[in-house]
Ligand binder design. Structure first.
Ligand code: NAD
Length: 296
């Protein structure tokens, strides 16, 4: 069924996600603070909105894909927030990775105005966003999940219902904490192999066929030259920025503290990503953590 969809936040992820909704035959109205990405989508069949309010009116579904909690809260809440503009018939799906408490706050405020909300953070990176194979991890009630699922299916392959509003964010943060640990560990192992005379491509093939196999090794290799399509072979152009991974690890550490969880590996990864930011690599891809282990 063709829907009228508003899409706010057309960055590395939101751009290709919105493009897939256009391809699926929906009428897609788009907005971003960066006019050039709006123009790019408009050239490919989307309708350019003048501002967020224009984007959020006369639509069935509003999707947001913004960097962090503060962007999501300021978009929806407060005197100038979209909460005052959205129709009660519009379903709001926030796909940004933010803290669960902020997702619950936005959901509660929209709910008070009779507007349905789910949090639906994603996994799969820019490649998954482009190919329409993302994993969506949804938090919200059953009815809203079912409604959201129909739209999300045009941008992704796996759609999970994690629980109530905020549960999607908790699951996503657990995943990204693990991802950062795997990326750091894979980098450390590859560099040790190189330092001991191994070819990183050969070592990657060996570990991919052995018990060290993991997503970063197999699909997102952090060593330049091993995988032609990976950000590492393209000067660490993101992809998924170091700054965003550091933000997610901050959220993970908050979640750990709130639940009295022991997360020594996550804490180490948070420190490594903070070091990488201090070295000026904040806007590089998160696989640039490989450089921390390099001897050059
Ligand atoms: P990005 O920085 O490339 O894109 C964010 C976009 O939001 C930018 O184009 C920016 O101009 C726009 N924006 C910011 N504030 C706005 C506002 N008030 N109104 C309109 N537009 C606004 O980030 P990204 O990589 O696309 O990531 C988006 C979210 O998805 C983040 O929460 C990130 O953690 C998460 N995520 C990213 C990846 C990835 O691989 N990049 C993977 C999974 C999840």
């Amino acid at each position: 069924m063709s829907l009228s969809i508003g899409f706010i936040g057309l960055g590395n992820m939101g751009g290709p996600m919105a493009a897939n909704l256009v391809k699926a035959g929906h009428q897609v109205k788009v907005f971003d603070l960066n006019q050039s990405v709006v123009n790019l989508l408009a050239d490919n069949g989307a309708i350019a909105a003048n501002d967020a309010k224009h984007c959020a009116t006369d639509i069935d579904v509003l999707i947001s894909m913004l960097p962090a909690s503060k962007h999501v809260k300021s978009l929806y809440l407060g005197d100038t927030g979209l909460v005052h503009v959205l129709a009660k018939t519009t379903l709001v799906i926030d796909c940004s990775t933010i803290d669960a408490a902020s997702a619950r706050e936005v959901g509660a405020e929209l709910g008070e105005h009779g507007i349905a909300f789910v949090d639906a953070p994603v996994s799969g990176g820019v490649a998954g966003a482009t190919a329409g194979t993302l994993t969506f991890i949804v938090g919200g009630d059953d009815a809203h999940f079912n409604q959201a699922q129909r739209v999300l299916a045009d941008m992704g392959k796996n759609i999970f219902h994690a629980g109530d509003i905020g549960a999607g964010q908790v699951a996503k943060i657990c995943n990204n904490m693990l991802l950062s640990i795997l990326m750091a560990g894979t980098s450390e192992a590859l560099q040790m192999g190189i330092n001991n005379g191994l070819d990183p491509k050969v070592l990657s093939d060996i570990m991919t066929a052995s018990s060290g196999r993991n997503w970063t090794l197999e699909l997102y290799n952090p060593c330049p030259g091993v995988m032609e399509t990976a950000p590492a072979s393209n000067n660490y152009k993101p992809g998924f920025m170091v700054d965003l991974m550091a933000k997610d690890l901050g959220l993970a550490m908050e979640a750990a503290q709130q639940s009295n969880s022991s997360t020594p590996m996550g804490s180490m990864a948070k420190n490594l990503y903070t070091m990488l930011q201090h070295q000026g690599a904040g806007s590089e891809d998160f696989s640039a953590i490989f450089k921390l282990f390099s001897k050059e």
